[in-house]
Design a protein around this ligand. Structure first.
Ligand code: SF4
Ligand code: SF4
Length: 121
């Protein structure tokens, strides 16, 4: 049985989170100052996430409309690769992780990282 199946707060890892590239760049208001551009980035990344708010550091926080009320993914089979790669108890979003911040979810795919890196050609 996986940890997720016995989680005391299932789906906490999908409720709100920031996005970070492999290079460590955050999707924030410095790199992406308008809501229009952040929607464009989400479209390019092919993720279902929606902007929720901007945190104190200027980072965009997102929510996922696929999260069901019971904390399960409503599109589990076709969820984005970064969700598939996410490991419970190790990622910063998991409440069982020592590093838990509940606001970060890394983009692990290099192509995506390049896509969202404003310094890339
Ligand atoms: S990844 Fe962590 S917070 Fe998310 S459902 Fe699984 S155990 Fe819970
Ligand atoms: S697609 Fe599924 S696994 Fe990914 S953030 Fe949304 S609800 Fe969570």
């Amino acid at each position: 049985m996986s940890l997720c199946e016995t989680c005391i707060f299932p789906g906490m890892c999908c409720r709100y989170f920031a996005l970070q590239t492999e290079e460590g760049d955050w999707l924030n208001t410095t790199n992406y100052p308008t809501s229009r551009s952040i929607y464009e980035i989400l479209r390019i990344l092919k993720v279902p996430f929606k902007p929720l708010m901007i945190d104190k550091k200027g980072n965009w926080l997102f929510w996922c409309p696929n999260l069901k009320i019971n904390g399960k993914c409503g599109d589990y089979e076709y969820r984005p690769k970064l969700c598939k790669d996410y490991k419970e108890a190790t990622g910063k979003m998991c409440i069982y992780s020592e590093k838990c911040t509940q606001s970060t979810l890394s983009i692990k795919e290099k192509e995506l990282a390049k896509t969202v890196n404003v310094n890339s050609p």
